[in-house]
Design a protein around this ligand. Structure first.
Ligand SMILES: Cc1cc2nc3c(=O)[nH]c(=O)nc-3n(C[C@H](O)[C@H](O)[C@H](O)COP(=O)(O)OP(=O)(O)OC[C@H]3O[C@@H](n4cnc5c(N)ncnc54)[C@H](O)[C@@H]3O)c2cc1C
Length: 438
């Protein structure tokens, strides 16, 4: 096979591929192939936790959220029926902030950044094949914007083709589950008491999230549980409108009705997928093609950026033309990444299940409302700035055990609460503790 002019080929200029390429040293020649370079209009990846902002800063890429009318996010307001309370990121750590943004605008910023780097070629093309020779990944075949089929080779191919990845099975044993769907709209002209907070609405059977994405727009994500996508017909929309209006805070209802009439209701599956990569020379997975968790905590981009930092660390001094050393570096990335993403994954998958269990949801709401460390402790994990798994588990069990006296006064109810909590966390922990490389 002919020699390559590139050190790295990246499949997909989304959140993972784009930021990975932008974070590389200028002495590496990189080809980024993106299927569609027009600005997408998506409901995913719009709330960046403070941990994500810290990771961007660590890569000198914090400016990627500038000039897109992104909105500061200072914490959360939790709402259940008539009750509500707030928790601010500043209670966790001074000066940490999240940011709400339009995903498409963020991607445009990322792609504009790539164009500024002389060592990066960003091209529009649909990757159709990963080329292998003797079990080593050598590069890709893609169809360019003119329909021409082109082959490109490089010592390393970074697969970042997103949640619906078609290439992940070449490099991993994907076991993908759909836990629910998010139905998304943009709410405009909302007059909220705390415009800079994410709102977690726990009044119905399933959570609803509302957070700012520009100076005058909020994303609403409404969870639809189960593996089957919701039906979007005239009758079901009427019922949906009625059901959601009944649980939304009054100040959001008019804007929700207007969005239902004027905006396109977008639906996305919410996956969970454990990272289970193969040992494979010449290729590596990043982002949702490697690992997914429920988006209820808005942790996906933070986890992805933490992975990029781990991969960059592993690749830092590697000679890309030494295939064995490159493979060792990739293995080291898979082996070490979990400490920086496991709390994000565990919390996301566990919290979604807690919110789907009435008793645990009530217990969680009561616990977080107590203030002090019971509020900011769990928020520090959700924000992605605290990655201490033991600390996460301590709070998780404290939620279920906050009234030990109930083992005597309400033994049946308390035992069920405890059993439900264990039933949720045990399989998630077991799954998360399995190595990321098989
Ligand atoms: C409903 C929902 C809401 C979410 N909300 C949040 C949130 O608020 N905060 C958060 O942090 N995370 C959130 N996430 C998760 C987050 O969006 C993902 O973790 C993140 O986008 C992953 O980035 P990625 O690069 O892997 O995928 P993507 O950003 O989807 O990028 C993949 C890219 O690959 C390109 N591509 C695919 N196939 C090919 C091909 N064959 N050839 C060339 N290019 C190709 C695609 O066009 C795309 O640009 C959410 C997820 C969902 C499902």
């Amino acid at each position: 096979m002919k020699m390559s002019e590139y050190d790295i080929i990246v499949i997909g200029a989304g959140v993972a591929g784009g930021v990975f390429a932008a974070s590389q040293e200028s002495n590496r020649k990189i080809l980024v192939i993106e299927r569609d370079l027009t600005e997408p209009d998506r409901i995913i990846g719009e709330l960046m936790q403070p941990g994500g902002m810290q990771a961007l800063k660590a890569m000198n890429l914090q400016h990627l959220v500038d000039n897109i009318d992104a909105h500061e996010v200072d914490g959360y307001k939790l709402i259940k029926g008539d009750e509500a309370f707030t928790i601010f990121y500043s209670e966790v750590e001074k000066n940490i902030k999240g940011v709400g943004l339009r995903n498409g605008k963020f991607l445009t910023n990322i792609r504009e950044e790539l164009k500024k780097h002389d060592n990066i070629d960003l091209i529009q093309g649909n990757v159709t094949e990963i080329i292998e020779e003797n079990d080593v990944i050598k590069g890709v075949k893609y169809t360019d914007a003119n329909g021409q089929e082109i082959t490109q080779l490089a010592p390393l191919t970074v697969v970042c083709d997103g949640p619906l990845s078609i290439f992940r099975s070449k490099l991993s044993k994907p076991n993908k589950n759909v836990t629910s769907y998010f139905m998304g709209l943009v709410l405009k002209d909302l007059d909220l008491e705390f415009p800079s907070l994410g709102h977690m609405i726990l009044s119905g059977d399933s959570p609803i999230l509302v957070y700012p994405i520009t100076s005058n727009e909020y994303r609403i994500l409404i969870d639809y549980p189960g593996e089957k996508a919701p039906r979007i017909g005239a009758k079901s929309i009427e019922k949906f409108k009625e059901d959601i209006s009944a649980v939304l805070p009054l100040e959001m209802v008019a804007s929700f009705h207007s969005a239902l009439e004027n905006d396109e209701l977008k639906v996305m599956p919410n996956h969970s997928m454990k990272a289970q990569a193969f040992r494979r020379k010449g290729g590596v997975l990043l982002g949702d093609s490697l690992n997914m968790r429920h988006p209820v905590t808005g942790g996906g981009m933070t986890a992805t950026f933490n992975d990029i930092i781990s991969l960059n660390k592993a690749l830092k001094t590697v000679d890309f033309h030494d295939a064995d050393k490159l493979e060792n570096a990739i293995q080291s990335y898979y082996n070490t990444r979990s400490k920086d993403v496991e709390t994000i994954n565990i919390l996301a998958n566990a919290l979604y299940k807690v919110f789907r269990n009435d008793d645990l949801k009530d217990a969680c709401f009561e616990y977080l409302r107590k203030g002090g460390e019971k509020s900011w402790g769990p928020l520090s994990i959700l924000a992605g700035v605290n990655r201490n798994k033991k600390y996460l588990l301590k709070h998780f069990f404290k939620v279920a055990m906050q009234h030990p006296v109930h083992f005597i006064t309400k033994p049946k109810k308390q035992m069920k609460l405890y059993k439900d909590a264990v039933g949720i966390i045990r399989p998630i922990l077991k799954e998360e503790e399995r190595p990321a490389i098989v």
